[in-house]
Design a binder for this molecule. Sequence first.
Ligand SMILES: Nc1ncnc2c1ncn2[C@@H]1O[C@H](COP(=O)(O)OP(=O)(O)O)[C@@H](O)[C@H]1O
Ligand SMILES: Cc1ncc(COP(=O)(O)O)c(N)n1
Length: 267
Amino acid sequence: MSIPPSVLTIAGTDPSGGAGIQADLKTFQELKVYGMSVITSVVAQNTTGVQNIHHLPTGMLHDQLQSVLTDMPVHAIKTGMIANRDMMEVIADAIPKTNAPYVIDPVMVATSGDPLIDEEARGVLKEQLLPIATLVTPNIPEAEFIIGNSINSLADMKEAAISIVHTYGPKAALIKGGHLQGKAIDFLYDGSQLHTFAADRFDTKNTHGTGCTYSAAITANLSNGLHLIEAVQMAKHYVTEAIKHSFPLGTGNGPTNHWAIREERVK
Ligand SMILES: Nc1ncnc2c1ncn2[C@@H]1O[C@H](COP(=O)(O)OP(=O)(O)O)[C@@H](O)[C@H]1O
Ligand SMILES: Cc1ncc(COP(=O)(O)O)c(N)n1
């Protein structure tokens, strides 16, 4: 039996199972890579919003990272919610030593509108994490914060992708269009060219965890050695099917469906 690539997520939790670490591990499992996880914050949240947040002590974040990195191979890494400056600095120090592709989902606010990271952390994310990233995957509000301008059109999204790469130095930026109207269109700028990923928009409120799922799928695909464009293409298909077949669990924004692709394979 061959050993699968091992992939690490560094993120906050979601006990309702739709977003954060839980969404990442479900995605890794579906895409047949070995999932590992380092927790930054324990978040009491569900489909209706965030009820409470407990940030782990920075030393505990450091020790979890050491437990993984001193013992396990890491073929790709993603980060999600990183609540404050101290945590960002521990992570910014550890990641480059792995030489693994690094996908940053610059999580700032939950789908419900509740903030997940503090004001200072947003700035540190730009200055310390973006320069070491293989790919950053902001939604529109996150991209607006990073570039400091509003984004109202597809042309604005393209400009934002280019500007983020040239200003902050990640190798690539993927701007997600979930927050605009019309087709669900995302733009990837890889440092030389723009690439478009488009899918039908489904009329559903069950979008809790879509960003986490998407970036986790890209990370899993990169760990398998796929080229960035192919990795995003396959992940876009994964998240689109997961939204199309999402279920109305809970009373708020329900979760995505990680079995959608499996069922497609069986057909
Ligand atoms: N209603 C929808 N139908 C189809 N695709 C969607 C829908 N909403 C979001 N998407 C897609 O889901 C992915 C996650 O995007 P987005 O919702 O913008 O991120 P986030 O969860 O970080 O806010 C993107 O590929 C986006 O185009
Ligand atoms: C711990 C954690 N991380 C991230 C999100 C954002 O989720 P989404 O993918 O819906 O933007 C979340 N709600 N909770």
